[in-house]
Design a protein around this ligand. Structure first.
Ligand SMILES: Cc1cc2nc3c(=O)[nH]c(=O)nc-3n(C[C@H](O)[C@H](O)[C@H](O)COP(=O)(O)OP(=O)(O)OC[C@H]3O[C@@H](n4cnc5c(N)ncnc54)[C@H](O)[C@@H]3O)c2cc1C
Length: 291
């Protein structure tokens, strides 16, 4: 690993100042929060920049709060560690706190942010898959403009998002978990980052699956919801779902478009997804029934 090349550090104290800097400095400038991805790329010589705009000094951008509609707002520079330990998240979105607490290691979690994870758009992300089943949205802005997108509109591909320069990610907005729902997140990893992630939210009424949300990530280019598999499972009686569940797992594997890489072959990952979907759905349903 090489040493960091010299750069100019800027520490704005508002979103307006940060985006004005990006406009003024042009494409050679980049924002960073925890720097766990960007500084690594710079050290490896995989990218070069003349100016770094540090977002961590912007007051209020790292807060975790709930509004009057029960929507959770996670500021873009909130670290994984802050989210994992937030009493608000633990109380209302316990699986999100649990998943955040299992990302990487304590060093990465203490500096890396959820915003940075989503903006970097590495396909091997735990929270991206989970947040899809939570119907999360993201708020982007420049300080003078603001827009909100669904997460699937924000994540466009590997290392590609809908951010339009000089826009910043401002917050991740998560609606309340529906009453009576059970949730599960399955991850499998060969290396540090996950090689397969499956998340599920499910609700049961009168012994049948009344609501189901399923997402698969980390096996292909993008974390995706799998509506075809969700449609197969909806209204299925719990006591006779075995075959349908296996078919839904296979449909999820097709929708996730696994590719062959150092984590395994596409065929291997498809089998993995089929198994993890079955486990995630059973876990989520078990938790829903136990409520
Ligand atoms: C060893 C290791 C293990 C890991 N394991 C896991 C794992 O198990 N599961 C998992 O999900 N992830 C894992 N990760 C990824 C980790 O979650 C991310 O590195 C971290 O969250 C990135 O946040 P950051 O604040 O450090 O991003 P930075 O490096 O600061 O930024 C990343 C990118 O996002 C941009 N950016 C950051 N914030 C904003 C913003 N507010 N608006 C616009 N652009 C922005 C930056 O310009 C940069 O391009 C791992 C990382 C490492 C290094």
């Amino acid at each position: 690993m090489t040493r960091l090349a010299p750069f100019q550090l800027h520490q704005p104290d508002s979103v307006e100042q940060a985006t004005a800097l990006l406009t003024e400095l042009g494409d050679e400038a980049a924002v960073y929060a925890g720097g766990t991805e960007l500084l690594l790329l710079l050290k490896l010589g995989l990218t070069s920049i003349s100016d770094l705009v540090d977002l961590k000094r912007i007051p209020g951008l790292d807060t975790v709060s709930v509004d009057e509609d029960g929507v959770l707002h996670i500021g873009a520079t909130a670290t994984h560690r802050r989210i994992e330990r937030s009493p608000i998240v633990i109380a209302g979105w316990p699986l999100l706190a649990y998943v955040e607490g299992r990302i990487a290691n304590i060093r990465v979690r203490s500096t890396g942010t959820l915003g940075g994870n989503l903006c970097f758009a590495d396909p091997h992300s735990d929270p991206a898959t989970l947040l899809l089943t939570l119907d999360a949205r993201v708020t982007l802005g420049t300080g003078t403009t603001e827009r909100t997108l669904r997460l699937d509109e924000f994540l466009l591909g590997p290392w590609e998002t809908a951010l339009e320069r000089p826009e910043l990610l401002l917050s991740i907005d998560v609606p309340p978990v529906p009453a009576g729902a059970g949730m599960a997140h399955q991850r499998f990893h060969v290396h540090e980052r996950p090689s397969a992630t499956v998340s599920c939210l499910a609700r049961v009424e009168d012994g049948r699956i009344a609501e189901i949300r399923l997402a698969v990530g980390s096996v292909g280019h993008l974390a995706v919801r799998v509506p075809a598999a969700e449609a197969m499972l909806i209204d299925v009686p719990l006591d006779s779902m075995g075959e349908v569940l296996h078919a839904a797992g296979e449909a999820s594997a097709v929708a996730a478009e696994p590719d062959t890489d150092s984590n395994g072959s596409a065929e291997y990952k498809a089998n993995l997804v089929t198994v993890l979907v079955e486990r995630a759905v059973r876990d989520a349903l078990g938790r829903a029934v136990a409520r």
